[in-house]
Design a protein around this ligand. Structure first.
Ligand code: FAD
Length: 424
């Protein structure tokens, strides 16, 4: 049997896995980093990325769809690049203070809102901000993992992957880890954890390099909210796979009486006014969601040129599950539905005030992109992220959140990975 040996083996190259590998490599640890997707270049920034890089998943239960990235960099390859500080309860309830790690990350990536000149080119976005303001709601520019000097303000293809390298993705940190000596095996699937006398000693793997096992002093699963529980369940770790949340959003579309720029950037502005009180946030949507409609509209004439979009993203209850085959079951509670309704109604009000014709409003419900909760702190792992009752086995990804952070989670995951790297 072909076996690879190392100090630390990490499964998954999203913000959890890539950050951890990079940090450990800076501490001269020997690391093997495993990723079932490819190191994609070809499809990045193209509609063809849906399939090779972005997988669309349809959960059983309430209707809805989920997107996830399966590639070196994980879902960050196709994320919108918004950065949010960790939810306050991480510190107040679980005693996990990531302020140092988050501040370091903000400096390293130079996280900041897009420049005013960009907003100057986006009449539709400005109109939404003004209309929200008229209703007493603050919609403000969002912190982005985007380098404005390399970003094209008329593009909005972040969710297809960034062709210009303007958007930071975990792929960059996987590349830095590799340059520091980490062995990165892509197209390599982790099937299960190998235990000896109750201690994790490695991972069973399948891939083109021919290795069947990677043995290590420390084993870390960072295969994401949908990948990690499958590995844990197939390794006999009980409790994994439940408490699944997806942070879903309702997407609201409509046609404005006014013209809207074709490349106005998705999620460039949002309101946090309802985050603490109602557990949802609202923001703007740009071309990716609206492109086909707007393009068709251009052919038909001015009336359809004003395609406008918003979203209401709710922190859903962690009531779903994923089984050992990766099948998801997810239903929404009455509380979740009330949040959806309130958020969606507010989006509609703002859009109508911004000039959207009421009869054209449409809602695409339950679109999710932040799966997590499936190896939750307190249930499957401790606050140190070690799997309870399994020595040397750790989880470092969105699975460890005990409930939805109610905001885009990548900066929190990066912070958790930096924190874990100091103890491994
Ligand atoms: C369209 C979209 C937009 C988003 N926008 C934002 C945003 O603006 N801001 C934000 O903070 N978050 C955003 N997110 C969410 C964010 O990208 C994820 O929450 C984050 O990437 C999760 O990180 P992770 O490390 O837990 O896992 P992932 O990023 O999912 O990475 C896990 C990796 O593990 C690999 N893997 C899975 N199973 C195995 C296995 N068995 N063996 C080997 N490898 C495996 C996967 O292929 C994947 O590459 C968005 C997500 C989507 C889909």
């Amino acid at each position: 049997m072909a076996i690879l040996e190392t100090d630390v083996v990490v499964a998954g190259t999203g913000p959890g896995g890539a950050t951890l590998a990079r940090e450990l490599s800076r501490r001269q640890r020997s690391v093997v980093l495993l990723e079932k997707g490819r190191w994609h270049d070809m499809f990045v920034g193209r509609y063809l990325s849906v399939g090779p890089i972005t997988r669309i998943v349809v959960p059983r239960g309430d209707f809805g769809i989920m997107a996830r990235g399966v590639s070196v960099g994980g879902s960050t390859v196709v994320f919108t690049g918004n950065a949010y500080d960790p939810p306050p309860w991480l510190k107040t309830e679980l005693g996990i203070d990531l302020s140092e790690e988050v501040a370091e990350t903000r400096r390293e990536i130079d996280i900041k809102p897009l420049p005013d000149e960009f907003f100057g080119r986006w009449p539709g976005t400005r109109r939404l901000v003004e209309a929200a303001g008229d209703l007493g709601i603050e919609m403000k520019p969002q912190d982005k993992y985007v380098d404005p000097d390399r970003c094209d303000p008329d593009c909005d293809d972040c969710m297809l992957g960034c062709r210009r390298g303007a958007k930071w993705t975990a792929r960059e940190w996987a590349a830095q880890a590799r340059a520091n000596g980490v062995r990165l095996l892509d197209r390599t699937t982790v099937d299960r954890v190998v235990f000896e006398n109750g201690r994790a000693v490695g991972l069973k793997v399948r891939g083109p390099d021919g290795f069947e096992e990677v043995r290590a002093d420390k084993v870390v699963l960072a295969a994401g909210g949908m990948g990690t529980p499958v590995i844990l369940l197939n390794s006999g770790v009980s409790g994994a796979g439940s408490h699944f949340f997806i942070d879903p959003m309702n997407v609201v579309w409509g046609l404005s009486r006014h013209d809207v720029g074709i490349g106005e950037q998705t999620f460039s502005v949002a309101s946090e006014d309802f985050m603490e009180s109602d557990d949802f946030m609202i923001g703007n949507l740009g071309r990716l969601f609206l492109y086909h409609w707007a393009w068709l509209g251009r052919l038909r004439g001015y009336a359809f040129g004003g395609a406008t979009g918003m979203f209401a993203k709710v922190g859903d209850s962690p009531g779903g599950s994923i089984d050992a085959r990766g099948v998801i079951r997810k239903t929404y509670t009455a509380g979740d539905r009330a949040k959806f309704k309130k958020g969606t109604d507010i989006c509609k009000k703002i859009m109508i005030r911004a000039g959207v014709v009421p009869g054209t409003l449409l809602v695409l419900p339950n679109v999710g992109g932040h799966p997590g909760g499936t190896a939750a702190i307190g249930k499957v792992v401790g606050p140190d992220l070690q799997v309870l009752g399994a020595e040397n086995l750790f989880v470092c990804d969105a699975s460890v959140f005990p409930r939805s952070p109610g905001r885009p989670p990548s900066l929190t995951i990066i912070g958790l990975a930096k924190r874990l790297s100091k103890t491994l």
